[in-house]
Design a protein around this ligand. Sequence first.
Ligand SMILES: *Cc1c(COP(=O)(O)O)cnc(C)c1O
Length: 378
Amino acid sequence: MEFRDLKKQYQVLKSGMDAAIGQVLEESAYIGGKSVAQLEAELAEYVGVKHCITCGNGTDALTLALMAWGIGEGDAVFVPDFTFFSSAETVAYEGATPVFTDILEDTFNMDPDSLERAVQAVLAEGKLKPRVIVAVDLFGLPADYERIREIADRYGMYILEDAAQGFGGSLHGRRAGSFGDIATTSFFPAKPLGCYGDGGAVFTDNDEWAELIRSLRIHGKGTDKYDNVRIGMNSRLDTLQAAVLRVKLKAFREYELKDTDRIAARYEEGLSDCVKVPKIPEGYGSGWAQYSILLKDGEERGAVQEYLKEHGVPTNIYYPRGMHQQTAFAGCRLYGETFPVTSDVCQRVLALPLSPYLTEEDQAKVIRLIREKTGADI
Ligand SMILES: *Cc1c(COP(=O)(O)O)cnc(C)c1O
């Protein structure tokens, strides 16, 4: 059994995929070109924003956003403690200070109360200027943008939506990627919309930032390609990946997200009486980057993971530690926050096999094994 079945996906998409890749090879233009521009237009339309700017990966996308806002030394950027390293790494790389917040157990997303306490602690200390909230749409579920927007407005901060896992998620009919002042996503192969290598994108409605980011991603280019007007980076989505993504986006829109939703519902039905299953709050939709359950404690998680492994079922732990527990952030200032929810969830969380191509038979096996090991009725 595959954790995320990219082989099956390729088999299903093979004829369209091979034709799309073959066409790029025939044309032999590998950087820029029609496919990239078409993909950007399709992604902007799907997400519901004015501008989509593709780039090399989801980490660069975050960096490009921070660069466009001039975030650096003396700036505080608020990041959930429970996320992938990039969400905070990019902040520190720009010379700004990541300030960590706890999360909510029900959604795995940033806890707005913890966020507000951290902002006030930074202000009370008076050394850093609160500038940005990195709101992460973890495991596919958009963060609580109603409350986070309120806090951003109250303290004059921008929201940078890290939708690397959020693509396809929604809130009150709006799609992930449209909630931040700038939003970013990743096309790493295992993400909800993945390419065959690295890729990423930035989304915004703001014309000025979009123009700046288009320049920053290609060496700070000006209108004349060989007059570089600012220091930027080299971060482009290549033409082959754009062609791959156009084929995958079509499948994602037509059936993949719906099928994954149906599979998630089957997990919920099969498991909600014996483990804690993800709860999608009223008005929200998940892009289902992961299906992450919570076991009783670390001991039960270890036992269930081992039992599944013995029976050929792959699982993963996202994430075994919080950002403040990462070696690279050892000794960072914590502004009074203690992260009890993150610390607890890190011991109990387990991500199950999930993809639109997971068969009913394989899924039934996963459910049965978990029920057996947790002592539920079979
Ligand atoms: C995957 C991921 C990223 C980074 O994306 P890459 O394309 O691997 O650079 C950033 N943030 C989150 C939350 C992610 O899951």
